[in-house]
Design a protein around this ligand. Structure first.
Ligand SMILES: [Zn+2]
Length: 109
């Protein structure tokens, strides 16, 4: 979640809040290569957005707050949740890929 490199532990994983850097600035580990499986990230985003939208609709039905209040609350909340989940998802995926790769390298030796 804090974006640490799986090899050297430096906080170099994210170059933007939800974008993985091409490679680690500290140890030059190729992060872009490890992130190949992250194509599903788009799907995860849509799923999260759908859940948040249904939550927003439920709030609208039961509490019926004014529209401006909903925009003020939901817009940043959606952004924060989507970025948070994307970071979590990408980090988990990257670490898994790194472990798989490390195992493969050990097998070759
Ligand atoms: Zn590193």
């Amino acid at each position: 979640m804090s974006g640490l490199c799986p090899r050297c532990g430096a906080a170099t994983l994210f170059e933007a809040p939800a974008r993985i850097a091409m490679s680690c600035e500290q140890c030059a580990l190729s992060l872009a290569e490890l992130e190949r499986g992250a194509r599903l990230a788009g799907l995860v985003t849509i799923l999260v957005a759908a859940i948040l939208i249904s939550m927003a609709m439920a709030v609208d039905i039961y509490l019926s707050p004014p529209f401006w209040l909903q925009v003020v609350v939901w817009a940043p909340l959606t952004m924060a949740v989507v970025i948070g989940i994307l970071r979590l998802y990408k980090t988990a995926l990257l670490y898994r890929q790194y472990e798989v790769q490390a195992e493969q390298e050990q097998g070759e030796q």
